[in-house]
Design a protein around this ligand. Sequence first.
Ligand SMILES: CC(C)(COP(=O)(O)OP(=O)(O)OC[C@H]1O[C@@H](n2cnc3c(N)ncnc32)[C@H](O)[C@@H]1OP(=O)(O)O)[C@@H](O)C(=O)NCCC(=O)NCCS
Length: 181
Amino acid sequence: MIDIRSPLERDLDGLFACLRGYHLHLLGDEPLADSDYPEDALLTVRNRIAEIRLDTNSFVAVDGDEVLGFCCWDWHDREQRAAKTVIITVARAARERGVGRLLQEARMQRMWDDGAASIHTWSADPASIAWYERHFGYRRIGETPIRHALHRFRWRDRVWWGLHRGTFGYDTLQHLVVERG
Ligand SMILES: CC(C)(COP(=O)(O)OP(=O)(O)OC[C@H]1O[C@@H](n2cnc3c(N)ncnc32)[C@H](O)[C@@H]1OP(=O)(O)O)[C@@H](O)C(=O)NCCC(=O)NCCS
């Protein structure tokens, strides 16, 4: 049975494994920052750090001890009550079974409950964009060049750094928004 809940300490390895499947590279002892590119590649990195609070603003989808998916959110502009979805990813073997939908519904509900007036997201992948539009009421409001992004993951007093590009083969991120109905 699939359960959607906040991550527990025992989920950390599994959720980072899910993220690796979506081209998230944890910065550690590896010689390359992004192993999907050759060593002499020039990476364009956005000058903003995406904060991922694993103990408060994240969800995992689990089946027993197995982590099948992960998602998280943050405030885009707290004063304007604009929230944003940051990352969602489901392990390849578990896709197309409704896990992503359960994760997305859980984080949207949390953002509305926490007072969001709008929810923003940015995506380059046409299948994901269509998914947000078809099932969750988002509409496109603009576009921006796609860049690598630095992510800082926090779990209580522990910190991990990651570099993420997510989607290959596209230059542009679509900016999508859904307003509180
Ligand atoms: C997007 C994603 C989380 C959906 O998870 P999922 O568990 O397969 O989702 P569900 O089973 O609830 O729904 C399947 C839907 O996802 C759509 N989808 C979106 N992106 C997809 C992708 N990269 N690969 C396959 N299906 C995708 C399918 O078209 C399908 O749409 P439909 O229900 O209208 O037919 C998952 O495909 C994924 O992890 N993709 C890679 C990471 C990613 O692209 N994240 C979003 C970037 S903003």
